[in-house]
Design a protein around this ligand. Sequence first.
Ligand SMILES: [Zn+2]
Length: 97
Amino acid sequence: MTAAPKPRHIPERTCVACRRKRPQPEFVRVTRTVEGWRVLAGNRTGRGAYVCADSPACWAEKRLRRAFGASAPLVSADLQALNPAMNDTSTGQTMTS
Ligand SMILES: [Zn+2]
C-alpha cells in the first residue's frame, strides 16, 4: 500500500507511456481488473495506472505494452474511444436514443 498522504493538494502521477510527471487530473486512470487492464470511469478500487489524457502519442499500443502487457490493445482502444478529440463529430454522426 502506498497511501501515504502528501502535504500537496494536487497529487502527482507518472504516465506509464511517456514517464512524465503531471497533476492527477490530467491523466486517464487505467484500472487493473480480473480480466486485465481496462479504462473504467469512476472505478477507483484496485491497482491503477495513469496515462496522459491529452496526448495521443501515449495511447499507442506499442507504448502501453510495457505497462499493460497483453491488455495493451484493449487499453489503447479504450483511450482512443474515450477521447472526443480523436473522433470527428462534424459528420452528423450523432448519438440518438
Ligand atoms: Zn504520457
